[in-house]
Design a protein around this ligand. Structure first.
Ligand code: KG4
Ligand code: ZN
Length: 335
């Protein structure tokens, strides 16, 4: 089964081709980061318009890279949610129309399921079952994964997602958009131990997270340093270090807890924040101590991309799933 995948849920236009027998055949991505940077965040209407501009050229690029034509496709999968309604509409409309014109099935895909199984695009791929830590700009979740579609939510953030907290802290430090990678870069210049931020919700049982308090803590620390006239470059780097250390430590503590609770020894991390080097290093350490294994996608498949959508689409369509003929609604909020 050869499936074209389309991702347009936020600020990246992603297209890819996945073949259930041969794996990933080709992919292409256009990031809108420069477009939104001047506004300090994603402007939904600009995102939709840019997806309209880029989607067809990217589909052409992917088909050419794989040396295939549209008539070689067996199905088309597109992200139907969660995401920005206007942005989702672009990928869904084109995906469904194209499938209809080619007389092949289409399939609505859940964006987070794409992230969740993205580590399976790598070699070696993780075997089922495993614990997944999904950390993106909109989600922080611990999921027990038994197979495709067999997911148990073990815990999640009760307020901000980890990536969202990174972005907000970075904004307070005027680091620009998207803040996560910029804050992580600044943290490499920071000194360990100058500030210690709290590890929220780690002093009680359970696998839920809360990151909004860390934001307030960051703001208070920055304001105090400023009042005392001590907010120089080193102090900013030290704050970035303490912030990242607290987020990473909190995530690591909860991962260890989830592994212990389920008795599993395989951990997968996915979503934009899984590109964080500090998080990867800490989890690699923990898993080697537990004689377990940790898997993550290459950086380009940590953040939004078409490959993860083509992958899920192909797995599910090969199992017989496809859209009904009725025009299904998009799901900007899809649990
Ligand atoms: O998965 P993703 O591309 O989009 C969503 O579905 O949300 O994740 C984007 C998030 C942003 O919050 C971004 O700041 C964060 O991932 N991020 C990082 C890093 N790279 C991306 N956060 C911390 N360190 C990084 N290296
Ligand atoms: Zn995403």
């Amino acid at each position: 089964m050869r499936v074209l995948g389309i991702e347009t849920s936020c600020d990246e236009t992603g297209v890819a081709l996945y073949d259930t027998a041969q794996g990933l055949l080709a992919d292409a991505l256009f990031s809108q980061i420069d477009l939104h940077a001047t506004y300090g965040g994603v402007v939904p209407e600009l995102a939709s318009r840019d997806h309209i501009r880029k989607l067809i050229p990217l589909i052409r690029e992917v088909m050419a890279k794989a040396n295939l034509t549209l008539s070689d496709l067996d199905g088309i999968a597109y992200t139907a949610g969660p995401g920005l309604i206007g942005a989702l509409l672009v990928g869904a409309t084109l995906g469904r129309s194209l499938a209809s014109g080619l007389n092949i099935p289409s399939l609505a895909v859940h964006h987070m399921e794409g992230h969740l199984l993205a580590p399976m695009l790598e070699t070696p791929a993780p075997d089922f079952p495993f614990i997944a830590l999904l950390v993106s700009g909109g989600h922080t979740q611990l999921v027990q994964v038994e197979g495709v579609g067999q997911y148990t939510l073990l815990g999640e953030s009760v307020d901000d997602a980890a990536g969202e907290a990174f972005d907000k802290a970075a904004k307070m430090m005027q680091l620009g958009y998207p803040g996560g990678p910029k804050l992580a870069a600044l943290a490499t210049q920071g000194t360990q131990g100058r500030f210690r931020f709290p590890r929220p919700m780690t002093d009680r049982p359970g696998l839920d997270f809360s990151f909004s308090g860390l934001k307030t803590h960051t703001l208070t620390t920055l304001k105090q340093l400023e009042t005392e006239g001590r907010l120089d470059e080193q102090a900013r780097a030290d704050v970035a270090f303490a912030f990242q250390d607290a987020v990473v430590d909190t995530l690591v503590i909860k991962c260890k807890r989830a592994l212990k609770q389920t008795g599993l020894k395989r951990l997968v991390i996915a979503g934009g924040v899984s590109a964080n080097v500090q998080l990867r290093e800490r989890l690699a350490e923990v898993m080697s101590g537990l004689q377990g294994e940790v898997f993550y996608p290459r950086p380009a498949y940590c953040t939004d991309n078409g490959a993860m959508i083509a992958h899920i689409g192909a797995l599910r369509m090969a199992a017989g799933e496809h859209d009904s003929n009725e025009l299904s609604a998009l799901r900007p909020r899809w649990p």
